[in-house]
Design a protein around this ligand. Sequence first.
Ligand code: NAD
Length: 478
Amino acid sequence: MSQYESLSLFIDGKMTVGDSGATSDVVNPSNDTVLARLPHARKPELDKALAAAEKGFQAWRRTNSFERAKVLRKAADLMRARVDDIARVLTLEQGKPFIESRIEILTGADITDWYADEGRRAYGRIIPARSDGVRNMVIMEPVGPVAGFSPWNFPVTQAVRKIAAALAAGCSIIVKCPEETPGSPIGMIRCFHDAGLPDGVLNLVYGVPAEISEYLIPSPIIRKVSFTGSVPVGKHLAALAAQHMKRTTMELGGHAPVLVFDDVEVDAVAKMMVATKIRNAGQVCVSPTRFFLQDKIYDKFVATFTSGMKATKVGDGFEPTTRMGPLANPRRVNAMQALIQDAEEKGAKVETGGQRIGNQGNFFEPTVLTGVSENARIMNEEPFGPVAVMLRFKDTDEALERANKLPYGLASYAFTKDSRTATRVADALDSGMVTINHFGLALPEVPFGGIKDSGYGHEGGTEGLAVYLQAKFVSQMG
Ligand code: NAD
C-alpha cells in the first residue's frame, strides 16, 4: 500500500534491509491484510549496529549539549511537519483512531523538545573539601551505548521516550522497536537522521525479540538497558542484564485501581473515565481497570459508565466517527475472551460488551463487568484491553486495602472533593503514580514509572534523564 512506510533497519546512518533474508509480515489489525514484509536483523546486522553505536557514542559524547539540543529540536520540528504522514502509517499498522495517532506523534515531538532543553541542565556539583586547595567535583557523564526495547501500543512515544532522553544525555542507542508496528518508528527515526544526527548515534533493528535481547544485552558495548513491555519479559531481561552488570530501566505492566468516593459529580467522572478506558482500546499500561465505587454512588456510576462504553463507536481508525479502533493483534482478542469467560464462570455479569465484533480485524466491544469474584483472573492479570470491572466499597480503609492488593504498582486514580481524603489516598496508594480528580500522567516533564512488579526507573522528567547519566567523582588538588 503506497501510504505505508518502506520498511528497513537503520544502522550507522543508513536504511538497510540487511543480508539475513529473514522477514515477518506486518498486518493491518482493521482488515487482516498484509501491509508489508519487515526485514529482520540477525547477528551480522546486530554486530554492525553495535559497532555503529560504539563509534556514534564516541562522537556524540564529545558534541556539546547545546549542539545536541539543536539536533533534537530540529527532529521535533520535523515530527510536527510530518505528523499526518507518520500518523497515517501508525493507524494502518496499529489500528488506533487517526486523531490518537496524530496526538502520539505530536507528543513524541514535545518529548524530544523537552529533553533537548533538559540535556543542557545535566548539572554536577561541588562538594566542600576537607583540605585547602582541593576541589571535590561530581561530573555527570553519559552512561554509554543503550539497548532499548519498545512495545507496539504506542510505537512512537514509547521509543521516543528512550531515544530523546538517551541522546540528550550524550548516549548512543540501538532501539528494537515492535515488529508488529514497525513503520511509524521508522518515520520518527527519519526525523532524527534528517535533523543531522551523526551516523551511528541512533540505530534501529527488528527481528526475533529474544534473539536480539540475548545478543545485545551481554555485549560489552552496551552499558544500559531500557525495556517497556510485560512483567514476565521484564523480569527475564532484568535478570539477564544483572548477570552482565548492566543498568536497567523497566517500564512494565499495571492494573490501575480507580477510587471514586461518594462526594463526586458522578456523571462527569464516569464520562471522563470512559474516555480514559477506551483510549488506545485499553492497551495502555496505566489504563483504569479496577473501579472501586463507594456504596452511595455505585449504581449511578455503573449506569453512566456502562452507557458511555455502550455508545462508543468502534471501527476503522480512519473513519472520522470512530472513537475506538481494533485491538492491535489477535492475541489481545483471545486474551479478552478468555478473561471475560473466566470471570463469568466465577459469577460475573456482563453489563455491556463481552464479544468480538465481526470476523475481520480485531474489533472488540467495550466491556463492563459487575459481580466479579476476587479470584477471577481479570482481578489479578492485566487485561490490556477495553474491559472495566466495577467493584463496591464502604470506607477508605477497605478501598485502599483492596486497591493495593496486587503485585502491580504503576498508576492509581482517585476522585473526591474532600482534600483530606485526597491527601490520604495519595499517601497510601502503593503505586509509582497517583492522579487525583483528573488524568495527569505521562507528560514529557513529569516522571513516569512503577514500583513492585511494574518495574523501576523512570521515563519523563528530570528522573528520565538521570537514568542515562552516571556520576563521576573527581577530587583535584592544585
Ligand atoms: P509479550 O510479553 O510477548 O511482549 C511484550 C513486549 O515485549 C513486546 O513488545 C515484545 O516484542 C517484547 N518482547 C517479548 N519477548 C522479548 C524478549 N525476550 N526480549 C526483548 N523483547 C521482548 O506480550 P504481547 O502479547 O506483545 O503483549 C501483551 C502484554 O504485554 C500485555 O498484556 C501487557 O501486559 C504487556 N505490554 C505492556 C506494555 C507497556 O506499555 N508497559 C506495552 C505492550 C505490552
